[in-house]
Design a protein around this ligand. Structure first.
Ligand code: GDD
Ligand code: MG
Length: 324
């Protein structure tokens, strides 16, 4: 079995951090979201092909420096080709069937069960579906009583959504679907290709485990909470000399004597948090300095951010090197 992971998006909803870092490398619960996605794959996966594009060089360097323990290969696009175009561009030599993953999906899905379901149903594809309160930002499926998808609508208006079961971004497809995607131009797999494949049988695998698309700041922080609550963020103690409670994950060389933390915090490498400061429900990337008595809540701080003494930050996304 091989897997194709789509990693070429611009991450516009996580700017300004994604001006310099692809969103897949933003750490949540102790490691980049891409590595949590790779954790879902069977350990014996033959190859993981990353359909990359935006910031492909940054991604490739990071993967070389931090091997994820699975055989990965990047296939970058010269121009953004969309989800379908990315599949076509990177899809030569995939297995039949192959796994298709979005790289911002934080989920608890049993992939072995998904593959068995796909095999048993015998369709051209299977989409893992998650049930959400508001399906509007997603691809929405209408199912018949045998879990066959009758209709699929990408990002419908809320009133027009045919159900609350959405494409969870973890799919299985027969290799033949790649032949049906035009080459050399941007193609949305969800809007241009999936509707035409419904006649060949696409089934919905309803997942009841946790699920989140970490593509916006509030959802990224929610994904981090879900991972920590599931024990997938490790069980690190509070940094030496600091107070408060976990869950917390932190990298090398963090100094925070007299600071307080938690719950739900990731600190990268070389982070300094001043005495009397408090950090909660936050992602704090490498080389950040948080001043004494500052408060950082519900926020994502890019690498090298400097927070002044005594400042309160809530609900912020600060780009690399910002000084506030
Ligand atoms: N290679 C490549 N090229 N990858 C891309 C491109 C591209 O041009 N554009 C987006 N991607 C990647 C993103 O990096 C991400 O991993 C995945 O494709 C999906 O893109 P998003 O931008 O995150 O899409 P979305 O979240 O609005 O919607 C998608 O995911 C939802 C679930 O989270 C759709 O697949 C929906 O149907 C689905 O419900
Ligand atoms: Mg997304």
């Amino acid at each position: 079995m091989k897997a194709l992971v789509l990693v070429g998006g611009f991450g516009t909803r996580l700017r300004p951090i994604t001006y310099e870092i692809p969103k897949q490398l933003i750490p949540i619960a102790g490691k980049p979201m891409l590595y949590h996605v790779l954790d879902l794959l069977p350990r014996d996966v033959e190859e993981v092909v990353l359909a990359s594009g935006y910031k492909a060089d940054v991604l490739e360097r990071f993967l070389e420096a931090n091997p994820p323990g699975l055989p990965v290969r990047c296939v970058p696009e010269a121009e953004p080709l969309g989800t379908g175009g990315g599949m076509r561009n990177a899809g030569d030599g995939l297995s039949d069937p192959f796994l298709l993953l979005n790289s911002d999906v934080i989920a608890d899905v049993d992939v072995a069960e998904l593959l068995a379901f796909h095999e048993a149903k015998g369709g051209v594809g299977t989409m893992t579906l998650a049930e959400v309160d508001d399906p509007e930002p997603y691809g929405v499926a209408a199912l018949d009583s045998s879990d066959r998808i009758e209709r699929f609508v990408e990002k419908p208006k809320r009133a027009e959504a045919p159900s609350r079961w959405i494409n969870a971004g973890l799919q299985v497809w027969r290799a033949e679907v790649l032949d049906g995607i035009p080459r050399g131009r941007p193609v949305s797999f969800e809007t241009e290709i999936v509707p035409g494949l419904l006649a060949k049988g696409i089934y919905g695998f309803r997942s009841r485990g946790f699920w989140e698309d970490a593509g916006t700041p509030p959802r990224l922080l929610r994904a981090q909470r879900l991972l920590f609550d599931a024990g997938r963020g490790g069980h690190a103690p509070i940094p030496k000399g600091a107070l408060g409670r976990g869950p917390i994950a932190f990298g090398r060389n963090c100094h925070a004597p007299g600071a307080s933390f938690g719950p739900y915090v990731t600190l990268g490498d070389d982070v300094t948090v001043g005495a009397g400061a408090h950090v909660e429900n936050a992602v704090v990337m490498d080389r950040v300095t948080i001043g004494a008595r500052a408060v950082v809540r519900d926020s994502i701080l890019g690498p090298g951010v400097l927070v002044a003494d005594g400042l309160r930050i809530e609900g912020a996304v600060l780009g690399p090197g910002a000084a506030v």
